[in-house]
Design a protein around this ligand. Structure first.
Ligand SMILES: Nc1nc2c([nH]c(=O)n2[C@H]2C[C@H](O)[C@@H](COP(=O)(O)OP(=O)(O)OP(=O)(O)O)O2)c(=O)[nH]1
Length: 127
């Protein structure tokens, strides 16, 4: 089965809240929560992909910090390798351009959301 490399941003604010994004009805896995981000292009560094995807999806500029997790989850139709990084907003205000909703959630409460399965190792590492 095909494996796609995906990068996700754990954007944390000064109150230790994490920016969570709810997938929309038009996306696969509708209404599950995820970390904003997307597919890494060929020969693209994960950190570069993350900055590009966040600009596209949230229309803001982030600075990428340490890596959190790197795990593969096998969905019925595809394997997703999800690499997550801490990130902070450097410029602009995160705005939902594709997602159903954006929500700042205290780090300790992250497990209360209904996450895409590939995101669980990252959530576990954060709480
Ligand atoms: N961006 C992101 N994608 C995730 C996460 N967890 C997870 O399983 N995914 C999956 C959903 C998608 O299949 C793929 C990311 O692809 P994408 O962001 O470029 O594409 P997309 O949302 O338009 O997805 P799709 O509807 O084309 O499947 O990885 C996550 O935390 N962030």
């Amino acid at each position: 089965m095909k494996t796609i490399d995906v990068v996700g941003a754990v954007i944390v604010d000064e109150l230790d809240r994490v920016l969570c994004a709810k997938r929309s009805a038009r996306m696969s896995m509708p209404f599950l929560w995820e970390f904003p981000g997307g597919k890494i292009e060929e020969h693209e560094e994960p950190e570069v992909a993350l900055i590009r995807e966040i600009k596209e999806e949230l229309n803001c500029q982030v600075e990428v910090g340490e890596q959190i997790a790197d795990n593969i989850y096998s969905y019925p139709a595809i394997n997703v390798r999800l690499i997550t990084f801490f990130a902070t907003v450097k410029e602009g205000q995160p705005t939902a351009t594709e997602h159903e909703e954006l929500r700042w959630v205290p780090r300790k409460e992250l497990a209360k959301l209904d996450w895409a399965p590939a995101d669980i190792p990252t959530v576990q590492a954060l709480i």
